[in-house]
Design a protein around this ligand. Structure first.
Ligand SMILES: NC(=O)c1ccc[n+]([C@@H]2O[C@H](COP(=O)([O-])OP(=O)(O)OC[C@H]3O[C@@H](n4cnc5c(N)ncnc54)[C@H](OP(=O)(O)O)[C@@H]3O)[C@@H](O)[C@H]2O)c1
Length: 401
């Protein structure tokens, strides 16, 4: 097969949409062209000819002119409506929208089967790092034990600058916002939601387990202070925001948490906006893929690779998921394979000890109190972390050791 001409209906012409436009213009041999672009703001100046643009999604979805829809907008609910309609029209879709994909995965999986269409999304996790198709194809028969990584460039950029420039969180965050490395509302990034959405997608392709985002615990660097960086530094460690999906015995542990990482880990030297994914298998052992985790051209290149894959009729085979479904036919039953009651060793900085009341602390290994900072290193029942889940007023900084 292969070498199909592709006429693209593109949604979104922001950071990634423009990146795709540039990357596509420099690609050789790919018979794909952007025919129409749907955007939102009629008053925005565009850097390409106005004839490309429409503000009505039906100008793309209802014309039947495009054999691929590329969805690159920043609103997950609107993105889901667009993607669902395109798939129901029998059109293949490329997306990079991890929030939309993670929140609606079951329905999106069913739509792929019902309509016999492809939905592919390499740009949604790890930016330019080719991880999803590798988990699906290269590691299709490998007995994977762990997939974990630095999946959010904003967090890694902030953590790197705090450590290397001895700066506090709020100063670096402000600077990151000015330099385009953090959104004006950075909550989804800094509180670990973005890392969690990506971890959820990697878990599907690595282990065939589909979890609702609320079943994956996340917390991030939103409450970090320079004291925490110093704690790590004095021990030769670095704080890294990680998404973790690992098999322990016959159960899986999936979460997104800051971690203390030592020099022996390849993740230690991944700095600034770079991302890395470490894949561990029984026979392949440990492999780490490193690359730009976000940005216009890096993410555009992942999207381009998906478009290219569609020219030879590529679809995710969901091999691990299909295998899991032969044992538990309900996609929702994947959660039965996930472990929640296990001890996890954490560094926890707090202001007032009552803040720890919601956590089931099993034993304390280290405790430090001073006028300016208090922390414990303790084993905590992982399940009890859900008691503090997604509470913006919770001021604990939690980091796995
Ligand atoms: N930025 C990255 O590095 C990166 C990396 C990986 C994945 N992603 C994902 O890629 C997607 C796009 O991100 P981005 O950074 O490119 O966003 P962005 O720069 O904020 O651009 C968003 C674009 O979507 C358009 N838009 C919003 N709502 C729309 C609607 N209902 N219909 C049509 N167009 C609409 C906006 O139109 P106007 O131009 O008219 O405002 C804008 O062009 C998101 O899902 C994001 O999570 C981004």
């Amino acid at each position: 097969m292969g070498n199909k001409d592709i006429s693209i209906g593109l949604f979104g012409f922001g950071c990634v949409g423009q990146g795709l436009y540039d990357v596509l213009n420099h690609s050789e041999g790919l018979k794909a062209n952007i025919d129409r672009i749907c955007v939102k703001d009629k008053n925005k100046k565009r850097k390409i000819d106005a004839s490309y643009f429409t503000y009505d999604k039906n100008d793309i979805l209802k014309t039947g002119k495009h054999n691929v829809i590329v969805e690159l907008i920043d609103n997950a609910n609107e993105a889901f409506d667009i993607v669902r309609e395109a798939m129901n029209n029998g059109v293949n879709v490329v997306s990079a929208n991890k929030k939309m994909l993670a929140e609606n995965f079951k329905e999106l999986y069913d739509l792929q089967l019902k309509n016999n269409v492809a939905l592919i999304y390499e740009g949604s996790a790890g930016g330019s790092i080719p991880i999803i198709r590798n988990l699906e194809e290269y590691y299709d028969n490998e007995l994977l034990s762990s997939v974990k990584g630095i999946l959010n460039g904003t967090c890694n950029y902030i953590l790197t600058r705090m450590e290397l420039e001895n700066k506090d969180y709020t100063d670096v965050l402000k600077d990151a916002q000015l330099n385009g490395f953090a959104e004006s509302d950075p909550w989804l990034d800094v509180a670990g939601f973005d890392t969690k959405f990506k971890t959820s997608l990697l878990t599907i392709h690595a282990f065939g387990i589909v979890l609702a985002p609320d079943d994956i615990f996340n917390t991030g660097i939103q409450n970090i202070s320079y004291d925490d960086i110093l704690y790590a530094k004095q021990r030769g460690l670095r704080v890294k925001m990680l998404g973790v999906s690992q098999k322990v015995g016959d159960k899986y542990r999936v979460y997104a948490l800051p971690h203390l990482v030592g020099k022996e880990s390849e993740l230690y030297n991944v700095l600034y906006e770079y991302n890395a994914v470490e894949v561990e298998g029984a026979f392949s052992c440990k492999q780490t893929l490193v690359g730009k985790g976000a940005g216009s051209h890096p993410t555009g290149s992942a999207v381009l690779s998906d478009i290219s894959a569609l020219t030879y009729d590529y679809k995710y085979g969901y091999k691990k998921l299909k295998k899991a479904l032969t044992i538990n036919p309900n996609i929702e039953d994947g959660i039965k394979q996930v472990e929640f009651d296990f001890p996890i060793k954490l560094y926890i900085r707090f202001q007032d000890k009552s803040q720890l009341n919601d956590l089931e602390i099993l034993n304390i290994e280290e405790e430090y109190k001073s006028a300016s900072t208090n922390f414990i290193v303790a084993n905590v029942n992982f399940n009890s972390l859900f008691n503090i889940y997604n509470k913006r007023d919770n001021k604990l900084f939690i980091c796995a050791i």
